[in-house]
Write a protein that binds this ligand. Sequence first.
Ligand code: TXA
Ligand code: MG
Length: 328
Amino acid sequence: MPRVNGPRVLRVDVLRPTPGALDEGAAALRSGQLVAFPTETVYGLGANACSAPAVERIFAVKQRPADNPLIVHVHSLEAAAEVTARITPLARELAGRWWPGPLTLVLEADPGLPDVTTGGLSTVAVRMPGHPLALALLRAAELPVAAPSANRSGRPSPTTAQHVVAELGTGVDLILDGGPCSVGVESTVVDARGERPIVLREGAVSREHLGLGTDDAQEGDVRASPGTRYRHYAPACAVELVAAGDGVARASRLAQQGRRVGLIGFTAAHPPTRTVAVVRDAADLAQRLYGALRDAEAAGLEMVVVEAVEEVGIGRAVMDRLRRAAAG
Ligand code: TXA
Ligand code: MG
């Protein structure tokens, strides 16, 4: 089929995925193509994790630094065992509790995995996503699928198929459109090689969920995952993070100074400040954050003021992303 105006997008019923769409996605992955698909967190840009040329295309399309490794998506713990050297007792326990779901486990890699997939590290990140369409695709492809978020490097992750089209255009061969993602921020990345989990990236599964104290300073705070070194999650407009309750006043002051400003917060803004999103709580902000940042960008705003959430549960991941977006 000719692709004059953009990538091929297949709308799929998430609860009853049509076999045709799954077969097409699986065949594309097996032939080395790039397939974007929804997960419960964000949309991923998938390729056969065992094919170096296919994975190289991911890096090219995303303009991703070569030393930032990818997460390998699997449909079962058995499939995870095939890309890792050893499933530790801790990994088995965490997978038992959280898979399928938004938890990524870093383990010793199977030596057969291409270097491009692991960024040349001896470890590999694996996750079994908790999204019916992603799982059905992984089962149909019968392949481990390397999939970073389907955005250009440094940009907010996509949470709808339309975001993927806007980010990558014809750089992606096929997009499976399963509607908006439910969680909205990326998975928690945990080093599961030792006896205790070490959080490398905050995500939907919080430290509290993992049974780690909230102010329990961890090795992971300094030894973050490679990706956290880079500029991240930044839209084209500036992001300013303010305390909850301060957003309306701060945005109004900026508007008086002649700035084209928007607000993402718990209450609506006063015109001329644009209300970009009114959110209920941290989980609601997580789900809508990246889309709201894109809306702010599309509205041509110079900056967007975002009200902080409490740093508990998913609020930690949201604040982590917001700080990085604000630093962008
Ligand atoms: O929710 C998610 O995790 C999404 C969906 C698509 O599954 N994927 C995602 O991938 O966020 P990406 O590539 O945008 O982020 C992967 C993160 C990066 O920070 C990367 O450095 C880290 O995982 N990572 C990958 N392999 C690693 C490893 N062997 N050791 C430590 N960190 C690793
Ligand atoms: Mg990413």
